[in-house]
Design a protein around this ligand. Structure first.
Ligand SMILES: Nc1ncnc2c1ncn2[C@@H]1O[C@H](COP(=O)(O)OP(=O)(O)O)[C@@H](O)[C@H]1O
Ligand SMILES: [Mg+2]
Length: 462
């Protein structure tokens, strides 16, 4: 058995700047030199039909053909390494070995039905459009982006979608300075689909073209978890609509819009019944039934954030003498909630990776928001409190919303999740001295006295 014949028609090379398949790359180079198919065929000593089939992805390129193209187009070693990798993979595998890289689903996945339905639209797009369908799940740390992507992916696979395999990559986006390099990611992906390590081409474009050629005509799901930015993702995108991509990110990935038309799914905390259900599913009915009211209080104290809920539930399960009630009581003081931990996962650390990625003015603004009372953030009040212009405050708030540390409500107002506000306040206490705090209070009191409740002002000064 050789490589499977493509099962879908080929689309034209994208003009988005995204990398191409071998065939698309060849056509682009040929056109750049003003050569017709027949002229290139003459130069490479293959017939015109053969060149055409390779350009349209209907026939795989041999290494000798690729070498002839390198010479005819005077492009050094552009095509040969790609053909060599493709040929080696096909020979080694005697066909396509399905990669199955999805991590296991969560035992107790709750809610998110509306998002799952929206993700199902990707499958519809797969049928209707030639462009590769992409979904972006974004939201704050611990909100359940990865869990949703993995849950949906397994569901789709169980329903018979993506029969040629599933690739899953952690792009390490949120860790400052740790984001995975697309060259390395492509190397891993190529090895996963069967390219022997010594045949993986060296440079980014060649690796991208090899993967695209390989995925061409196949139905493969690619889950790109924890993406840092659009630049990191674009070389990894397959070219054909038989594939689909689900990206998770703490960022809104603004640059991605110029490459694809993603379905965007902004995730927020769970609804009340779902949050309680998550705790119940993890601690078991007996413990939950002992005090359902305490479970509800605990869910609220965890801000209905899945990560906090899971940590709380695991804590109860691993400590026999703890109940939902005792833990809820312990989490009464807001700051205690940041220390929720199980094993080496600590809630505060999950937030810290997002915070550490901020530049200094944004970080200062984030800390300041922790000192402002209430959930609603008003850009004008914030500007006065921070001692910056309204334009600057709006810019910083937009940036924080882009990193999902706050959520935009309208042009002027934002929300901050309870636990993130507690985290911001905690940082402010640690990092900003008394002088800074006094300055903030001074700026707050006069211009915004009408906008802030007196009790809230008291807590600001306290
Ligand atoms: N809908 C859900 N049902 C059950 N558990 C969930 C759900 N969403 C998230 N979790 C759990 O919460 C924790 C954090 O979720 P995760 O997907 O890692 O968050 P993110 O990727 O947004 O940082 C994980 O343990 C995950 O299994
Ligand atoms: Mg994640």
């Amino acid at each position: 058995m050789s490589t499977r014949p493509p099962c879908r028609e080929v689309e034209e090379a994208p003009d988005s700047g995204a990398p191409a398949t071998f065939g698309q790359l060849l056509r682009a180079h040929r056109k750049q030199r003003g050569l017709s198919l027949a002229q290139l065929a003459t130069r490479v000593h293959f017939n015109r039909g053969h060149v055409s089939k390779i350009e349209t992805g209907k026939r795989p390129p041999s290494v000798s053909f690729a070498e002839a193209c390198d010479r005819a187009l005077d492009v050094g070693h552009t095509f040969a390494p790609i053909a060599s990798a493709l040929e080696a993979a096909a020979r080694q595998q005697q066909g396509w070995v399905q990669p199955g890289q999805l991590p296991p689903t969560k035992r107790h996945f709750v809610g998110r039905q509306d998002f799952i339905e929206r993700l199902d639209r990707l499958l519809q797009r797969q049928e209707e459009s030639l462009a590769v369908p992409v979904a972006v799940i974004n939201g704050p740390p611990g909100v359940g982006k990865t869990a949703l992507a993995v849950q949906w992916a397994h569901r789709a696979v169980n329903e018979g979608h993506f029969p040629d395999g599933q690739l899953f990559v952690n792009l390490e986006g949120p860790e400052p300075g740790a984001a995975a390099d697309p060259v390395d990611v492509l190397g891993d992906l190529l090895r996963a689909v069967g390219v022997p390590a010594d045949r993986v081409p060296a440079d980014l474009d060649q690796r991208a073209a090899t993967l695209r050629s390989y995925l061409h005509g196949r139905e493969v799901l690619l889950v790109l978890d924890n993406a840092a930015d659009a630049q990191q993702i674009s070389p990894l995108l397959p070219g054909s609509s038989g594939c689909a991509v689900v990206v998770t990110s703490r960022s809104r990935l603004p640059g991605l819009l110029s490459l694809v038309e993603p379905v965007t799914l902004p995730l927020a905390e769970l609804r009340r019944p779902e949050a309680a259900m998550l705790i119940r599913a993890n601690i078991g009915d007996v413990r939950a039934d002992a005090d359902p009211g305490a479970v509800a209080v605990l869910a609220e104290r965890c801000g209905r954030l899945p990560l906090a809920l899971v940590l709380a539930a695991e804590h109860i399960v691993s400590h026999q003498h703890r109940s939902a009630d005792t833990l809820a009581t312990e989490l009464g003081p807001e700051q205690a909630r940041l220390n929720l931990a199980e094993g080496d996962v600590v809630l505060r650390n999950a937030f810290a990776t997002s915070y550490k990625a901020l530049d200094e003015p944004s970080a200062r603004m984030f800390r300041l928001l922790g000192r402002l009372p209430g959930h609603l953030i008003d850009a004008n009040v914030t500007a006065a409190t921070a001692g910056v212009t309204q334009d600057e405050a709006s810019r910083l708030l937009r940036g924080l919303a882009g990193a999902h540390l706050i959520q935009r409500q309208d042009e002027r107002h934002y929300f901050m999740h309870d636990l993130l506000r507690v985290y911001a306040a905690d940082l402010a206490r640690q990092l900003d001295g008394e002088a800074e705090r006094a300055k903030a209070v001074r700026h707050t009191v006069e211009p915004v006295a009408v906008a802030v409740r007196p009790s809230a002002l008291e807590s600001l000064v306290a």
